[in-house]
Design a binder for this molecule. Structure first.
Ligand code: ATP
Length: 467
C-alpha cells in the first residue's frame, strides 16, 4: 500500500478525477480552501448525514432534531462569549509576509500548548521558531484574531448597517430554542436536541484539503441533564457512541484515540472536554469529534442576556432548575475525509494496481451499477435498461455501457460501488445454456467474485446484502 505521505495526494486526485470533490471556483483560478462536493461527494456526504441522523435522532426516543438559521441575532454571540473570546493567535513573518497560527507553530516546534498566552508565544517564536515558509526568524507581535465572519444587514432607513455574524458553530442556534422545544414537545430531562448545518470560521490557516475549511458542516447535539446526576457515566456513554460512529465511517480502531484536555486548559465553564482524534496522514492525531460538559453556562448566559428564563420544570418532583449540558460535536467534512482515507485501497492484481474505495456499503454513493455486456447489442441494452429502471426505484444506481466491462469495473471500484450487475447473452436467452435465461451476474467489489442471480430476485438480494 502507498506511503502515508502520498495518501492525501492520491485522495485529492481521485476525488477530482472521479467527481467527489472539486477545487472551488476553479474556472476563476480557484479560491483558496473552498471546495465543491461533486455528484459522488454529495452522495457520500448525504449518506453520512443520514447515518448520523438515524443513529443519534431516529433511533433515540429522547433526542429531537431542528434546523436553525445561519445568521442569528448578534446578541447570541455576546451571550455565548464568541464575540470576545473566539480568537486564534496570529503571527506574521516580517520577511516573507506569510501568516500563521502562533499557537500551532509553538506547539509543533517547542511541544507546548500555550493557548491564550500571547507574550509567552512571542518569546518562544523569537527564540526557537523559524518561519516554515522562508526559514527566517523575524516575527511580528502575536495578536488575537476573532474568527467569526462578519456580515452587514440592511436597515429600513437604507443608510445604517447592522453588523451580524455567520454562525461559527451550530450549537448557538440550539440553545436559544431550548424554551420553544420544551414548550412544544413533550421532552423530559434527560433529552437532546440535534442539528446538522453549516458553520463558518475565518481560520487563519485553513488547509489539508477538507480538514480545515472556512465554511464547513457540523453535526451537533446538546444533551440536557439534571445538575444532580452522575454526569461522568453519561459522558462516557456519549464518548463510546462517538467512537462507534467513527468506526461506522470505516475508521480503523488503531487510528482512533481519546485526548482529554488537561484541567488547567479547560474553558472555565467546562468540567471535562475530550477530543476523539484520528491519525490523519498529515501531522498525526488530530481532532475528529469533540465532547464537552458545558455545565449550565450557555442556558444561564442566554437567560442573562435575553431576559427569558431558560429553565426546566420536573413535572414529577416539581423541581425547577437550569439543566446542565453534555455536547457531542461532529465535523461532517472531517468525517468525509476519514471515510475517504479509510476506504482507499490499492491491490496488486497480476502486476496491475487496482484502486478500490472500500466504503462501508451504507455509505457508498452508488450501490449498484448495471452494465449490458456489449453496447452495440440492442437486446442486451434494452434488458439492462429495464433492470436499471427497476432497481433505481430502490437503490442509488448507475447505468454504464462505455468501454469494456473490465474498465467499467475499474471505474466503479474507484467510486466504491459495492455491486455491479452484468446483463449478457445468457440473460436474454441467446447463450448456450437456456437455464440461465433471466439471470445476471453480480460482481462483488471487495472479493471480485461473481455469482448468478435470477433477475426476479435481484431487488431482495440487494436489500439483504446492502444493509
Ligand atoms: P480545531 O482544534 O481542529 O480547530 P476545534 O476544537 O476548534 O477544532 P470545535 O469547535 O470543537 O473544533 O468544532 C467541532 C467540530 O467541528 C470539530 O471536532 C471538527 O470536526 C469540526 N471543525 C471545526 N473547525 C473546522 C474547520 N475549520 N473545518 C472543518 N471542520 C471543522
Amino acid at each position: 500500500m502507498s506511503n502515508e505521505n502520498d495518501l492525501m495526494e492520491k485522495i485529492v486526485s481521485l476525488c477530482k478525477r472521479r467527481g467527489f470533490i472539486f477545487p472551488g471556483s476553479e474556472i476563476y483560478g480557484g479560491f483558496a480552501n473552498s471546495y465543491t462536493y461533486g455528484p459522488y461527494g454529495v452522495g457520500l456526504k448525504n449518506n453520512i448525514k443520514s447515518l448520523w441522523w438515524k443513529k443519534f435522532v431516529q433511533d433515540r426516543e429522547n433526542v429531537v432534531g431542528m434546523d436553525g438559521p445561519i445568521i442569528l441575532h448578534p446578541k447570541v454571540w455576546e451571550a455565548s462569549g464568541h464575540a470576545t473570546n473566539f480568537n486564534d493567535a496570529l503571527v506574521d513573518c516580517k520577511n516573507c509576509k506569510k501568516r500563521f497560527r502562533a499557537d500551532h507553530l509553538v506547539e509543533d516546534v517547542a511541544g507546548v500548548d500555550l493557548e491564550g498566552n500571547l507574550d509567552e508565544m512571542k518569546k518562544i517564536l523569537d527564540e526557537k521558531v523559524k518561519c516554515p515558509a522562508c526559514g527566517k526568524r523575524d516575527w511580528t507581535d502575536v495578536r488575537n484574531f476573532n474568527m467569526m465572519f462578519k456580515t452587514k444587514l440592511n436597515s429600513t432607513d437604507g443608510v445604517t448597517e447592522e453588523v451580524a455574524y455567520l454562525r461559527p458553530e451550530t450549537a448557538g442556534a440550539i440553545f436559544i430554542e431550548f424554551k420553544n422545544i420544551v414548550d412544544s414537545m413533550r421532552v423530559k430531562v434527560p433529552f437532546g436536541i440535534a442539528q446538522i448545518g453549516k458553520a463558518f470560521r475565518n481560520e487563519i490557516v485553513a488547509g489539508n484539503f477538507i480538514f480545515r475549511l472556512r465554511e464547513f458542516e457540523q453535526m451537533e447535539i446538546e444533551y440536557f441533564i439534571s445538575p444532580g446526576v452522575d454526569w461522568e457515566s453519561v459522558f462516557e456513554t456519549w464518548l463510546q457512541a462517538q467512537e462507534e460512529f467513527a468506526l461506522e465511517l470505516g475508521a480503523q480502531k488503531s487510528k482512533l484515540r481519546r485526548y482529554e484536555h488537561p484541567k488547567e486548559k479547560l474553558s472555565f465553564y467546562s468540567k471535562k472536554t475530550v477530543d476523539i482524534e484520528y491519525e490523519f496522514p498529515f501531522g498525526g492525531f488530530k481532532e475528529l469529534f469533540g465532547l464537552a460538559n458545558r455545565t449550565d453556562y450557555d442556558l444561564s448566559n442566554h437567560t442573562k442576556h435575553s431576559g427569558q428564563k431558560l429553565e426546566y420544570r420536573d413535572t414529577e418532583s416539581g423541581e425547577v432548575y437550569v439543566p446542565h449540558v453534555i455536547e457531542p460535536t461532529f465535523g461532517l467534512d472531517r468525517s468525509m475525509l476519514v471515510s475517504l482515507l479509510a476506504a482507499y485501497t490499492e491491490e496488486d492484481i497480476e502486476g496491475d494496481t487496482r484502486i478500490v474505495m472500500k466504503f462501508p456499503k451504507k455509505l457508498a454513493p452508488v450501490k449498484v451499477a448495471v452494465f449490458p455486456l456489449l453496447k452495440n447489442k440492442p437486446q442486451l441494452v434494452e434488458k439492462a435498461r429495464g433492470i436499471y429502471d427497476e432497481l433505481r426505484k430502490q437503490f442509488a444506481c448507475e447505468f454504464d455501457d462505455n468501454g469494456n466491462v473490465g474498465k467499467r469495473y475499474r471505474r466503479q471500484d474507484e467510486i466504491g460501488t459495492p455491486y455491479c450487475v452484468t446483463i449478457d447473452f445468457d440473460t436474454v436467452g441467446m447463450g448456450e445454456d437456456a437455464a440461465l435465461t433471466d439471470t445476471v451476474t453480480i460482481r462483488d467489489r471487495d472479493s471480485m467474485k461473481q455469482e448468478r442471480i435470477k433477475v426476479a430476485e435481484l431487488a431482495n438480494w440487494f436489500v439483504s446484502h446492502l444493509d
